[in-house]
Design a protein around this ligand. Structure first.
Ligand SMILES: Nc1ncnc2c1ncn2[C@@H]1O[C@H](COP(=O)(O)OP(=O)(O)O)[C@@H](O)[C@H]1O
Ligand SMILES: [Mg+2]
Length: 249
């Protein structure tokens, strides 16, 4: 079945920006941003640390109605205002069809999502929320396990999933599990927008990969990414690369 996209495109309302010398308009991901079209299935955003992946993802998530701290649209907690005001300067082109499910995984604050679920479950009434996350408190699982519980049990399809470096705590085999689960969710009309450094995740077939460079955001083929090339060269002959790296030390 053809997956319909929920978010088709974003563009920057450049004429409303008064000071380009202030964050977030100074960062690579934003300063040359005109518009960005998303794949109806999977879009990856890659780029060096500090290039602006998280800032961009956060702004997209907020503009789509998610809690800036991460979570589904039902989460309204806030521990501190750490997000930028970039979302106010984004114009969104959404599909007619709205997502029935959704989640924004903000790498830095998954802990807060776990706490918020525990807190909600201490209140009376209704089925415990944790049951839709596999039944075990996310605080009592490792970071990797809790993320896996989230995607295996809580993500239910027909959803928009915005994930910031989901591979952070996952072993290679579990990253493969994530790919398999993504595949199932995509068959159920889901859309993913993912910031990643993982050459395993970004191998998802047919994904659109955007690379944040000095001059803007450009689409790039999987095999052309630094992540793929460096990992491949390294694994083909680790000793050779290490010798080169250490030469002169
Ligand atoms: N609130 C803020 N004020 C000023 N600069 C910020 C703020 N948040 C992030 N930055 C800077 O913006 C840049 C992009 O950050 P980020 O989006 O987290 O990058 P990435 O996720 O690609 O590693 C970094 O240089 C970071 O230090
Ligand atoms: Mg980041």
């Amino acid at each position: 079945m053809k997956t319909l996209p929920y978010l088709r495109e974003i563009s920057l309302k450049s004429d409303e920006i008064e000071n380009w010398d202030l964050f977030p308009f100074t960062i690579r991901a934003i300063k040359n941003l005109d518009s960005l079209k998303f794949s109806p299935t999977v879009t990856f955003i890659i780029g060096e640390n500090g290039s602006g992946k998280s800032t961009l993802l956060e702004a997209i998530a907020i503009a789509m109605g998610f809690n800036p701290e991460g979570g589904s649209k039902n989460f309204h907690f806030s521990t501190r205002e750490s997000h930028s005001n970039l979302h106010q300067f984004l114009k969104l082109v959404k599909a007619f069809q709205r997502p029935k499910d959704g989640f924004f995984l903000r790498a830095e604050s998954f802990f807060n999502v776990a706490s918020n679920i525990e807190q909600l479950d201490t209140g009376a009434g209704g089925a415990p929320i944790i049951s839709s996350y596999g039944g075990v408190s996310l605080h009592e699982q490792s970071h990797g396990e809790s993320f896996l519980s989230l995607i295996l049990h809580r993500f239910s399809g027909n959803g928009l999933y915005i994930l910031d470096e989901p591979e952070a705590a996952l072993s290679p085999i579990r990253q493969l599990t994530v790919l398999a689960r993504m595949n199932q969710l995509l068959e159920q009309e889901s859309q993913f927008i993912i910031a990643t450094h993982s050459p395993i995740l970004m191998a998802y077939p047919g994904a659109l990969i955007y690379h944040i460079t000095e001059s803007g955001i450009e689409a790039i083929d999987y095999e052309e990414t630094e992540h793929y090339k460096i990992t491949k060269t390294f694994l083909e002959n680790p000793k050779r690369m290490l010798n080169e790296l250490f030469r002169g030390d």
